[in-house]
Write a protein that binds this ligand. Structure first.
Ligand code: G4P
Length: 294
């Protein structure tokens, strides 16, 4: 399966972003904490111009806390980068963001010298939700259709910070199919760009390998299904996803499975981890220390 994604306004958005970077003090990049690499805009590193860069690991309420900690450590090893895990729906957590911006640009945020921050993120990562929470009122439209924001807007937070909201940007073609599947598994890619059964099988394979206990807990399987197909079949059978002739409707089973995964019903799941050499050992230690089952 190849996922193509190239709405016309995307390249224009890259130009706008390059122009904007010149004029701002801090870059706020919104990532999905569950997949901070695949949900990144890879052009941003080229356009950055050494501006302080905050990587917001959003939807942290859905991500594996141990893995998120490892991501923060990994990102903050890079010069000029700070990582901030949060849930854009939680006002208290979101308040850390303006504080961090002001720490990174201490000469700004004063009368006559506002701090200008650019907010960037791929569609569906929670940018509108975050801006709404920050601004305290419904300024940016929130919805589940990727690429809903189409023109840049300035938002005065009235605390010395002015946000520039850039249009949602996703790279034109996802050459890495793994990234495409991970994005699809979390719902970042719209329903018309993917095959539910394929994505369900991909997510099932991942969960069987990485989070088998969560599957056992959620579905009360007597034992772990041996393959992703068997997993979807068992889920389909439970939910009555049956086609004429008595077979399992894998498409509907995959849909149900992905819905649960996206909503966090299977627990807090991260689909990407930092490089194993740097973090794997530490991650296991941190997990042991925290008393969290792998
Ligand atoms: P975008 O501007 O980046 O495209 O994303 P948007 O804010 O529209 O958010 C996309 C979806 O992600 C929304 O769900 C939103 O509620 C959800 N979301 C955003 N931030 C968080 C978070 O920190 N945690 C969780 N769990 N979800 C988050 P939706 O189902 O499309 O809409 P709705 O639930 O708001 O009706």
């Amino acid at each position: 399966m190849t996922i193509e994604w190239y709405p016309g306004h995307m390249s224009k958005a890259h130009e706008q972003m390059a122009e904007l970077v010149r004029r701002i003090d801090v870059i706020i990049e919104i990532l999905d904490a569950r997949l901070p690499v695949s949900s990144a805009n890879h052009l941003l590193a080229e356009l950055r111009r050494n501006k302080p860069w905050i990587k917001v690991l959003n939807k942290n309420d859905l991500a594996d806390p141990v893995v998120t900690k490892a991501w923060v450590r990994a990102f903050e090893q890079q010069t000029g980068i700070r990582a901030l895990p949060l849930s854009a729906k939680q006002h208290r957590e979101v308040l850390q963001l303006p504080k961090l911006c002001l720490r990174l640009a201490p000469t700004r945020g004063k009368p006559g010298r506002p701090l200008r921050a650019m907010v960037v993120g791929i569609p569906n990562v929670g940018k509108s939700t975050l801006i709404n929470t920050l601004a305290g009122k419904a300024m940016a439209r929130v919805g589940d259709k990727p690429a809903i924001t189409t023109c840049a807007q300035q938002i005065d937070l009235r605390n010395g910070i002015i946000l520039s909201d850039t249009p949602g940007v996703l790279w034109p073609t996802m050459s890495d199919q793994g990234a495409a599947y991970r994005l699809a598994a979390t719902g970042a890619i719209g329903a018309n760009a993917l095959d539910y059964t394929d994505v369900g099988l991909f997510a099932g394979e991942f969960m069987l390998a990485r989070y088998p206990d969560q599957l056992l807990t959620r579905y009360r399987f007597p034992e772990l299904p041996e393959s992703p197909t068997e997993l979807l079949e068992q889920i389909g059978r439970r939910l009555g996803c049956i086609i004429a002739g008595g077979g399992i409707d894998l498409h509907r089973a995959a849909e149900a499975f992905l819905r649960e995964l996206r909503a966090g019903k299977l627990g807090r799941i991260s689909l990407e981890e930092p490089e194993p050499t740097a973090v794997e050992g530490e991650s296991d230690v941190a997990r042991d220390e925290a008393g969290i089952e792998p």
